[in-house]
Design a protein around this ligand. Structure first.
Ligand SMILES: Nc1ncnc2c1ncn2[C@@H]1O[C@H](COP(=O)(O)OP(=O)(O)OP(=O)(O)O)[C@@H](O)[C@H]1O
Ligand SMILES: [Mg+2]
Length: 472
């Protein structure tokens, strides 16, 4: 039986071989009915247990090669955590080279922006390691909703030893006592000018301050202070540089008061990963976990993730565990299919009930493909897309016009989308963050399965029919 027959449920069925409807897959994902978990002689399953201890020791009952593979898989693919270890970091060579050059050659400050999960935090962690290797003092800080300039920069200054301040010899008593430049900041709320006055006297080293998840803090005052600090540091060629990272569709969304500092920053939108980089990510996980992905399984993951390391990591993780659960160390397309259903269930769980109902109605009406396209446009443009992005998606003018009409209908009715008017014109975004990846995976799953079928059966509705469906 071919793998596609197995996914599509043709031929003899076994428990986890078919791509199940979503509701079933939620059950499959969350309540595995595992005969092996039953106590001998009992009809009741034994009470669920953790499989490894807090010290990462595998339960002796499970210490076979599958138990070990499961543990290694968890470390190899970490969808809910950024990569901090360089050995696990895939691709991004060009991006890193560009970042290092701009920090080192141009001595500018860097702003990294991009969609959720595109790999900003992983990138800044690896950049931080490279800078530490070059003896920079690197201070990483993850911003919070209530980040405050005074608190943040006192903490940053506390990481810079006083011996690097021009006013103190390395043998000065204060430096020997282990004091830091924080001790030189005046009492009270510290201003960007006062911070840059102290930083201006740093010698003998370079300091890299990484402010990650910058989008989470929406205090205008905090953002204005950061822009002012960048301006002050740049005007005085200070040996302190900032790297700011956050979710945004464009630079101005992330850093306010940009006009005054545009010349002093290098802004980089983190691009989606190339196919070869996604393969690299999967191969890294393979070598760490000892499992292997069959080429069609790897293609399935690459196709659905479409350059998103988060989605690739999530699917690799779930499909690896699905295979191991079935007593295999080789991951096939059917395992990825289970993983895709699990990922859909996870994203669906993050979507509000009204949006779920709207999606169900629209996909039934045949707007699935258009929604999938819009989801892609949103995910790979930092959450926002405009008419020009639609023209790129639909090279035919008539289809692009139809798609635009669907968008306007949905926006006018407040269904899933909302319009944003600003200095750059009209653009659109999904009302809920989890909707684009959900729709994207749903459409990619269908595309992949259709492309693998000899005859794809029912076609998606043509754009004109989809437009009518959105209207109804
Ligand atoms: N270069 C990479 N190599 C391997 N895995 C990666 C890479 N970049 C990102 N990932 C994986 O993708 C996922 C998302 O990465 P990360 O947290 O760095 O993204 P982010 O852009 O900071 O996300 P957010 O917008 O939520 O802050 C993580 O699971 C991480 O393990
Ligand atoms: Mg992040």
């Amino acid at each position: 039986m071919s793998w596609i027959d197995r996914i599509l449920g043709r031929g003899p069925k076994s428990k986890a071989q078919t791509a199940k409807p979503l509701a079933n897959s939620i059950m499959t994902a969350q309540v595995p009915v595992d005969a092996a978990a039953r106590k001998p002689g009992s009809l009741l399953p034994s009470f669920p247990k953790f499989q490894s201890t807090a010290g990462d020791q595998l339960s002796p009952k499970l210490s076979d090669r599958f138990g070990a593979a499961r543990m290694k898989l968890r470390a190899a693919f970490t969808p809910s955590q950024p990569v901090v270890d360089r050995r696990m970091f895939a691709g991004r060579v060009e991006v890193l080279t560009t970042l290092i050059r701009s920090l080192e050659d141009q001595r500018v400050h860097v702003v990294l922006y991009g969609e959720r999960g595109i790999g900003k935090t992983s990138l800044v962690h690896v950049l931080a390691q490279a800078a530490r290797d070059a003896r920079y003092i690197v201070i990483y800080s993850s911003c919070g909703a209530t980040s405050n300039f005074d608190e943040l920069f006192r903490a940053v200054a506390a990481e810079i030893p006083l011996l690097f301040h021009s006013g103190f010899a390395p043998t000065a008593a204060e430096a020997e006592r282990g004091q830091s430049v924080a001790d030189l900041l005046p009492a009270g709320e510290v201003s960007p000018r006062q911070v840059s006055d102290v930083f201006a006297k740093i010698i003998g080293t370079r300091v890299l301050i990484i402010l990650d998840e910058f989008d989470i803090c929406n205090s205008t005052e905090f953002r204005r202070n950061i822009a002012e600090l960048i301006k002050n540091l740049s005007d005085r060629s200070v040996r302190v540089q900032l790297v700011i990272a956050g979710v945004a569709g464009d630079l101005t969304e992330l850093v306010e008061h940009i006009p005054s500092i545009r010349r002093n920053i290098f802004a980089l939108q983190v691009p989606k990963m190339a196919t070869s980089e996604i393969h690299h990510l999967i191969e890294n996980g393979q070598s760490i976990s000892g499992v292997s992905f069959e080429p069609p399984a790897m293609d399935f993951i690459t196709s659905v993730s479409n350059g998103s390391p988060y989605i690739a990591c999530l699917l690799s993780h779930h499909s690896g565990l699905a295979a191991v659960d079935k007593g295999r160390l080789k991951i096939g397309v059917e395992d990825v299919s289970v993983a895709v259903d699990q990922a859909l269930a996870e994203f669906q769980g993050r979507i509000s009930r009204p949006s779920q109902v709207q999606i169900e109605k629209l996909t039934k009406n045949g707007v699935r493909q258009i929604l999938g396209m819009l989801a892609g446009a949103s995910m790979f443009n930092g959450g926002r897309f405009d008419a020009a992005d639609i023209d790129v998606l639909y090279p035919s003018a008539a289809n692009a016009a139809n798609c635009r009409e669907v968008i306007e209908e949905l926006t006018a009715k407040g269904i899933l989308l909302e319009a944003v008017e600003d200095e750059y014109g009209r653009s659109y975004r999904f009302q809920e963050e989890a909707v684009p990846p959900y729709l994207w995976i749903l459409a990619a799953q269908k595309r992949f399965l259709d492309s693998a079928k000899p005859s794809s059966g029912k076609e998606e509705a043509a754009p004109a029919a989809a437009r009518a469906a959105a209207r109804s």
